[in-house]
Design a protein around this ligand. Structure first.
Ligand code: NAG
Ligand code: NAG
Ligand code: NAG
Length: 773
């Protein structure tokens, strides 16, 4: 090759390389190779974030400012600032939903963990943390590969699973506020990352988590009421001890860098226009220092659907004054200028929002120049769908799946070479059902049928229903298949045609002819059958509970990419199930209760039964915390250091309850020193009497002797998952904080401690503690 040619050749390669780098480069500001931008103070990484954000905001024109108030923030080329997409999703794995992430480059997949409601059933906060840490890493790898235009993820969903019909209950960790709060903390800490420097004020973020939907949002569209117009009437008491605690934990302990305000109204005020929630509660009381996004279109509806604001400009003014920062949608882009021109809105309100927004982008490292070589900048595509992450997805499903019934030890089934197995049901070979909503493209996917086939060669699949809806069923065909097989596994339940965002269920029973199919198959089969339910929400399965032809029932949620393998392992005894239900399973008659009734507490006069295990008094199909195992476990409350607690407070602090004559003291008057000083350890010894190792969650509750008057029936105060070999025993310790765990919330929403006997409860064992005033 002659020199000229060589030069030409080199030049060509160089050009191609540059083009390639451009198309896969993550969007970032403050490029050190660009002399015109690197001198800006907002680019100086040695300055405090707040100062950098102030500098940047001061450089923007009004038009530029307005262009940053919506989820698709426009680029500002004159300052070297690329566009930014605030909207990405990562509920249980980096997801398709949300325009900030694209799977069309080097990275085509992401680990699809179980839908949250199933991961919750492990009651293992450490596992929740590891899952979101993996999600945060995968997200960062997508950004580094140039496939993300944002690193702000709109998860976790920490609304309380208040009503079993809620289409998005599957996205949540269930119905308990304490557990949901702990889930929120784990999720946020894992995702935001870096041994939790992502929790420091203005600390660096691997990715940004968002506590949603603030607040009291848990209805999609029921009996003519949609979430866009719903005005949730919520009492101060329910707000204080049910709806708000997960958000408080998410912010105070998790130090989330994002909050999303919900579409619905609470007590007349649209959430995104409620300065009491957004500014007084979240920012002032809880110390929130991140950004607040509206749920999608939750600003336009304040005018259009709710009529709360008379004009579009009024809606814009209401949300910006309340403390919201960015709008999912385009409403603020369209109407903010007019609001300023009409002198309804001062620029300082816009600047306040922009300061929050740019601070988060800076914490994500997007204004530090080329991320290669920087913190998080070296997370590569090999971190996505890694062996470790795929194993974690499998483990999460293993530990979540709940054994609801196992008569005469039907499960595990023998791994017999000669056995034939009928696999019946519309969810047996369905790919989509396994993932649940807000999923991404899984690393790989195995259906329940395929997983069972890996154990039993002679497998006879038969869908039995036309779809999950099962309006038409081939019952005779299924019966014939069942008759010819040694064992039958029915894989039934729900999917997104029954429950999803925008769609609440109307019934709690199985759809269409599923029940008829199950009963007929079970009656015809040679042996009692195994019933597997895939669903997010609970199902009234009273019928198989009491049908002796149905030997075993397993609930597998929507178990994610590896969930079917976990299911097969449990069915054939390679894994010992230990999951416990994170929500109450109500009977069908519960559908008489209006879904729009937000009251947690029962009302005897009207027959309103109340909600969740903390208050609901009616019959259940399965209770919160219920779950069997192949092992029998025993418990001993081995040491409680204290059985009397003296409040010794001056008489001015005593208060008689308005409805029954119980003395109480406000926890706030007891003071933090008293509360800290009176914490005590509770040790519980657990033994695995079975022949298999098992992972077993221990749930500690508290209850008061005195019931009624809005007191919870019982209340979860702690949980801990312990791994025990066959025959092994272990002691686990909980720290009980009387101020937190033995108190209750009064009608004014304030925490009080009441005199009388309280009990710590673990699996039917109780330990009394007297509170003396
Ligand atoms: C991926 O999709 C985005 C958005 O549609 C597009 O801008 C980009 O060019 C695509 N990238 C590739 C490599 O196809
Ligand atoms: C559904 O709405 C109708 C009409 O408003 C009402 O009569 C009915 O009671 C509602 N159903 C329930 C279960 O509340
Ligand atoms: C509180 O009162 C009880 C009973 O009168 C007494 O035994 C106890 O020592 C007191 N505790 C404190 C801290 O004063």
């Amino acid at each position: 090759m002659r020199p000229e040619n060589l030069r030409y050749f080199t030049f060509t390669i160089f050009t191609v390389l540059v083009l390639q780098v451009d198309s896969t480069q993550p969007p970032f500001s403050c490029d050190s190779s660009n002399p015109s931008t690197k001198t800006f103070p907002f680019c100086k990484t040695t300055l405090p974030i707040s100062q950098r954000a102030t500098d940047l905001v001061a450089r923007l024109t009004l038009e530029e400012k307005i262009s940053q108030l919506v989820n698709s923030a426009q680029p500002i080329p004159r300052l070297g600032i690329p566009g930014y997409q605030w909207w990405s999703e990562a509920l249980h794995g980096v997801a398709y939903a949300g325009p900030g992430i694209r799977f069309n480059g080097t990275i085509k997949r992401a680990t699809s963990f179980p839908q949250v409601i199933l991961s919750a059933a492990s009651f293992d906060a450490n596992q929740w943390y590891r899952i979101s840490q993996a999600i945060g890493k995968e997200a960062r790898a997508l950004y580094n590969a140039g496939q993300a235009t944002g690193m702000t993820f709109w998860a976790p969903n920490i609304n309380i699973f208040r009503d079993p019909r809620w289409g998005r209950g599957q996205e949540t960790p269930g119905e308990d506020p304490l557990m949901t709060g702990k889930y929120a903390v784990s999720y946020v800490r894992g995702l935001q990352g870096d041994s939790f420097r992502g929790g420091e004020i203005n600390g660096p973020l691997q990715a940004s988590a968002c506590c949603k939907h603030f607040t009291a949002y848990d209805l999609e569209n029921w009996n003519g009421t949609s979430r866009y117009v719903f005005d949730a009437y919520v009492t101060a008491q329910d707000l204080a001890d049910t709806y708000q605690p997960p958000f408080k934990s998410c912010v105070e302990e998790g130090r989330a860098s994002g909050i999303m305000c919900a579409s619905n109204r609470v007590n007349g005020i649209p959430n995104c226009a409620d300065s009491n929630f957004l500014s007084q509660t979240a920012r002032a009381q809880w110390g929130f220092d991140g950004y607040i996004a509206s749920d999608c279109d939750a600003v336009s509806i304040i005018h259009d659907a709710q009529g709360y604001a008379k004009t579009p400009e009024d809606a814009v003014v209401a949300v910006l004054k309340a403390g919201m920062d960015v709008n999912c949608g385009s409403y603020l882009q369209q109407h903010t200028r007019a609001a300023v021109d009409q002198e309804k809105l001062s620029i300082s309100e816009i600047d306040r929002a922009l300061h929050n927004l740019f601070s988060v982008r800076m914490r994500l490292g997007l204004f530090n120049g080329n991320p290669t070589g920087q913190q998080f900048g070296n997370i590569g595509p090999d971190q996505v769908c890694s062996q470790e992450n795929q194993m974690l997805a499998l483990d999460a499903a293993r530990n979540g799946i709940v054994l609801l019934k196992n008569s005469a030890g039907l499960l595990p089934l023998p791994k017999s070479k000669t056995m034939s197995l009928a696999v019946i049901g519309p969810n047996a070979n369905s790919v989509q059902t396994l993932l649940g909503n807000y999923a991404g493209p899984p690393c790989k996917l195995v259906t329940p049928l395929q997983a069972l086939q890996s154990y039993i060669e002679h497998t006879i699949p038969y869908p039995g229903c036309d779809s999950v809806q099962c309006s038409s069923a081939s019952i005779d065909g299924a019966v014939n298949v069942a008759k010819g097989a040694d064992h039958v596994v029915l894989i039934m339940g729900l999917d997104d045609t029954q429950e999803k965002e925008g769609l609440d269920r109307r019934d709690l029973v199985l759809p269409g002819k599923q029940q008829e199919l199950i009963i007929s198959v079970a009656k015809a089969a040679k042996n009692p059958v195994v019933l597997v339910l895939l669903s997010g929400g609970p199902i009234d399965v009273s019928f198989p509970k009491n049908d002796e032809n149905i030997g075993s029932i397993l609930w597998a949620g929507y178990p994610g990419e590896a969930g079917a393998i976990a299911l097969a392992e449990i069915i054939f005894g390679d894994h010992n199930p230990g999951g416990k239900l994170p929500m109450t399973w109500y009977p069908q008659e519960f559908v008489k209760v209006s879904m729009t009734d937000m009251r947690m507490r029962p009302e005897t006069s009207s027959g309103y039964p109340g909600r969740t295990y903390r208050f609901y008094k009616g019959p259940t199909v399965f209770e919160f915390g219920y779950g069997l195992s192949y092992s029998k476990y025993t418990y001993e409350l081995s040491a409680v250091s204290q059985n009397k607690l003296y409040l010794n407070q001056s008489s001015t602090m005593h208060k008689i309850n308005n409805f029954d004559s119980v003395l109480s003291v406000l926890v706030s008057e007891l003071g933090t020193e008293f509360c800290e000083h009176n914490k005590f350890p509770v040790r519980i010894e657990v033994k695995n009497h079975g022949e298999m190792a098992g992972k077993h969650p221990v749930l500690l509750f508290a209850r008061q002797t005195k019931q009624g008057n809005g007191r919870p029936r019982k209340q979860l105060v702690g949980f801990h998952s312990v791994q025990l070999s066959a025959g092994e025993r272990a002691e686990i310790e909980f720290e009980v904080s009387p101020c937190e765990h033995l108190s209750r919330t009064n009608e004014d929403g304030l925490m009080v401690m009441e005199e009388g006997t309280h009990f710590l409860v673990v699996e039917g064992q109780e330990y009394p503690i007297s509170i003396v005033i």
